[in-house]
Design a protein around this ligand. Structure first.
Ligand SMILES: [Zn+2]
Ligand SMILES: [Zn+2]
Length: 115
């Protein structure tokens, strides 16, 4: 399955358009009003990439036991403790850098750090 790294909004009705592959070209089609737009190459897709960062996004909760996670020296933004569990997780598209997660060994606060 082909994954496109872009979101394109319909200029007519504002709906999120869907990309269709047509040879080397990508055709965007609005599922709501039927508006069609061609992209000549895949380059404009990259330029139109929309990444939404939600500030209140909940960190991923792992079921994995804490003991299996490596610890690193990092300061907890909540309690000031200087040791936290550390892991890396691919939270977004596969060709984007993975996100680092930390969990404070003292208060359990979990936060993330983008590369
Ligand atoms: Zn539309
Ligand atoms: Zn803490």
């Amino acid at each position: 399955m082909l994954i496109y790294m872009a979101i394109k909004f319909c200029p007519k009705c504002g709906s999120i358009m869907k990309p269709y592959r047509n040879g080397n070209k990508v055709t965007w089609r609005c599922p709501k009003c039927g508006y069609v737009e061609d992209s000549s190459t895949t380059v404009p897709l990259v330029e139109r990439t929309v990444i939404e960062h939600k500030p209140d996004e909940k960190p991923v909760v792992l079921t994995k036991a804490n003991d299996n996670l490596p610890k690193v020296k990092v300061t907890c933004p909540r309690c000031g403790n200087n040791e936290a569990y550390f892991w890396i997780q691919q939270t977004r598209a596969a060709d984007e850098p993975p996100t680092r997660f930390y969990r404070c060994t003292r208060c359990g606060y979990t936060w993330r750090e983008y590369e």
